[in-house]
Design a protein around this ligand. Structure first.
Ligand code: DQA
Length: 165
């Protein structure tokens, strides 16, 4: 077991892992399949759910096209001390609000992208999430999500204790 900084704890194996998806990811499967692949978000969710169930963990998997909704979800998960796998889609490149929410709620975030954003258009090269994420996994298609879940399940993600009360 690795040593952790004071105030940090390893994610308990019985807790919830959140997977939050931003705009246009509801169109996965149909959307630019040469970039994002042919798997739908429901297929990705089903695979992650199978893994979580086998490990006695509950999965909270959601998608929204609305920035404020993502902000609220990140705040809730962060304040609850639960890890977040976040593909914020295009908001990764623009959302100061999401950056602030991760910081404010001290959320433990693994940023994921299906595509390698650094090999694409210049406006995708900068992510406002990366600096406040614990780690970033990108470029492995749908497997980016599985690699992120593996990081959570193997105890590589640190969370703060519940600060809601
Ligand atoms: C994405 C990359 C973003 O640049 C894009 O806006 C998306 C998807 C990815 O998973 O590769 O919507 O986050």
């Amino acid at each position: 077991m690795r040593a952790l900084a004071p105030g940090l704890s390893q994610v308990p194996m019985t807790s919830t892992v959140h997977v939050f998806n931003g705009p246009n990811l509801n169109l996965l499967g149909k959307r630019e399949p040469e970039i994002y692949g042919r798997e739908t978000l429901a297929m990705i969710e089903a695979r992650l759910r199978e893994t979580c169930t086998a490990r006695g963990m509950s999965l909270d998997f959601r998608q929204t096209n609305h920035e404020g909704e993502l902000v609220s979800w990140v705040q809730e998960a962060g304040l609850a001390g639960e890890p977040v796998i976040l593909n914020a889609g295009a908001y990764s490149h623009t959302s100061v609000a999401l950056h602030d929410a991760i910081k404010a709620a001290r959320a433990s975030v693994i940023e994921v992208h299906l595509s390698n954003i650094h090999a694409r258009e210049g406006f995708r090269h900068r992510s406002l999430i990366s600096a406040v994420a614990q780690g970033v996994i990108l470029g492995f298609g749908a497997a980016s999500y599985e690699l992120a879940l593996d990081a959570v399940l193997s105890g590589r993600v640190t969370t703060k204790p519940d600060t809601r009360n």
